[in-house]
Write a protein that binds this ligand. Structure first.
Ligand code: NDP
Length: 480
């Protein structure tokens, strides 16, 4: 059976404890590889390797650093099919999604930041006849990057690419639930000739490996994407150590559909924004608000389309909905569906576990589920389920729907459907969300700030925000 290894000091190594955990393929429920059960000793080895490498990496000519990162991007592209398959086996996501979204975005992350650093400038301020102030940005040294399981390589590289590009060495931990593509990336980094110790990947559990990274005194910046509860725990450890912290957390995103929308476009996109990756994208809309004039028409059409969705083997190229990530997560989603019924909700599509025939008969699948009849105070409309479950509610006025949309502790993203441009801007400004899509969903531009409001996060990723996060700004003033 394939053994995943840690990537420390440029080498693929066993965990110090020699202990391994099972890695389960969610579509079949079978163990298919072994993951290092690393601990703080492995993290220490990774920090030691990063300490050794950091000076050379930080002072390397920028064109050379950029070329090495471009090489990693090229190798990801060259190995797209292999990585896409590995990611689908590891995660349960349809291979079409891995091929078209996850893996291309991973190489785009490297390419974007490799290009950004050669085009960077700095600010200078002329202070009357007294002096010139300029800003010098220095890498923080060693960055800690921790990522979740839902978009494994996509989010892992979204952190490590800007951290490396800005001259830092990195100690990173992918989710133990989906470690395979990060392991394959470590093989590609060796092939690309990335100097030893620049990137170190330690596999294992959050409370062991993750906390060892968070609490390590030589790692001054932590970039974390994951659940809000984990984010709180991380902040409680890192804040008293005065570490730089970027937290990208959960969401409960509203999708607001006004009477005057382009109906067919809103319908087709809402299907995607609700159920892509089995609803396991932090940006999926899970609360659909439809204005009364088209509520019945929309609900009927939406439910018909949801019922027709093909749930099946993630490795089948025609599958649009694959397995959810684990047995435990399947149980959590089904628990929320039962809770919705107890709260008075009506299941109008899906609602059950499901097993495709053949290879996937023991896998972890949940039917795409639509629930109506719940108000905003219900737990189903307040808590993140992170699965293929949405609620649909009618509304009458703009004021009412803004209040409904803003009624949770989360504020990651929102979607608005209307042909009224003035209203689109007005509602967009009134929503407490970090990302607003108008008449579209998941249109991403890597140059824009990315992140949530309220309990969806602290800090912004993307573009210059990420490069700034992984550097310290120093002001130097010289007398004239
Ligand atoms: P978790 O918070 O459970 O885990 C995220 C990562 O943190 C994993 O690598 C995990 O390790 C690690 N971890 C867990 N506990 C600790 C700890 N005490 N100290 C340090 N690290 C720890 O999230 P999930 O993996 O379940 O991901 C789903 C969540 O991520 C959802 O809430 C989703 O909304 C959010 N998310 C947010 C995004 C955003 O951009 N805002 C984007 C994508 C997802 P392990 O699992 O290996 O134990």
């Amino acid at each position: 059976m394939k053994k995943i290894k840690n990537y420390i000091g440029g080498k693929l190594v066993e965990p110090v404890s020699s202990k391994y955990m099972d890695n389960i393929e969610p579509a079949t429920g079978e163990v298919y590889s072994l993951i290092p059960d690393s601990d703080e000793k492995d993290v220490q080895l990774a920090v030691d390797a990063a300490e050794k490498a950091r000076h050379e990496w930080a002072t390397m000519p920028i064109e050379k650093r950029s070329a090495l990162l471009m090489k990693v991007a090229d190798l990801i592209d060259e190995n797209l099919e292999m990585l896409a398959k590995a990611e689908s086996i590891d995660n349960g996501k349809p291979i079409s999604l891995s091929r078209e979204v996850d893996i291309p975005r991973a190489s785009a992350n490297f390419r974007f930041y490799a290009a950004a650093i050669v085009n960077q400038s700095t600010q200078a301020h002329i202070t009357a006849d007294k002096g010139v102030n300029y800003t010098l940005r220095e890498p923080v040294g060693i960055a800690g990057c921790i990522s979740p399981w839902n978009l494994p390589l996509y989010l892992f590289t979204w952190k490590i690419a800007p951290a490396l590009a800005s001259g830092n060495c990195v100690v990173a931990k992918p989710s133990e639930i989906t470690p395979m593509s990060a392991f394959l990336l470590s093989e590609l980094c060796i092939k690309a000739g990335l100097p030893a110790g620049v990137l170190n990947i330690v596999h294992g559990l959050g409370p062991k490996v993750g906390e060892a990274i968070i609490s390590h005194p030589n790692i001054p910046a932590i970039s974390f994407t994951g659940g809000t509860a984990t984010g709180k725990r991380i902040a409680s450890i890192a804040a008293p150590m005065f570490k730089k912290l970027s937290l990208e957390l959960g969401g409960k995103n509203p999708n607001i559909i006004f009477d005057d929308c382009d109906f067919e476009d809103a319908l087709a996109t809402t299907l995607r924004s609700s159920f892509s990756n089995q609803g396991q994208i932090c940006l999926c809309g899970s609360r659909i608000y439809v204005q009364k004039g088209i509520y019945d028409k929309f609900l009927d059409a939406f439910v018909a389309k949801v019922k027709a969705m093909k749930v099946g083997d993630p490795l089948d190229s025609t599958t649009k909905t694959g397995a959810v990530v684990s047995a435990q997560h399947q149980e959590k989603i089904l628990h929320y569906i039962s809770l919705a019924q107890l709260e008075g909700g009506k299941i109008v599509a899906g609602g059950n576990a499901f097993n495709p025939k053949g290879r996937c008969r023991n896998g972890y699948f949940v039917q795409p589920t639509v629930i109506t009849g719940l108000d905003e105070s219900c737990r189903i409309n307040q808590e993140e389920i992170f699965g293929p479950v949405v609620t649909v509610q009618p509304f009458e006025t703009e004021e009412e729907v803004i209040a409904l949309a803003n009624s949770t502790n989360y504020g990651l993203s929102a979607t608005i459907w209307t042909q009224n441009l003035t209203r689109a801007h007005r509602v967009g400004a009134a929503l407490k969300s970090g990302i607003i899509w108008i008449n579209c969903w998941l249109v991403r531009d890597l140059r824009t700030p990315f992140g949530g409001m309220k309990q969806s996060g602290v800090g912004r990723e993307g573009g210059d925000d990420a490069l700034n996060f992984f550097t310290e700004a120093k002001n130097i003033c010289i007398k004239v």
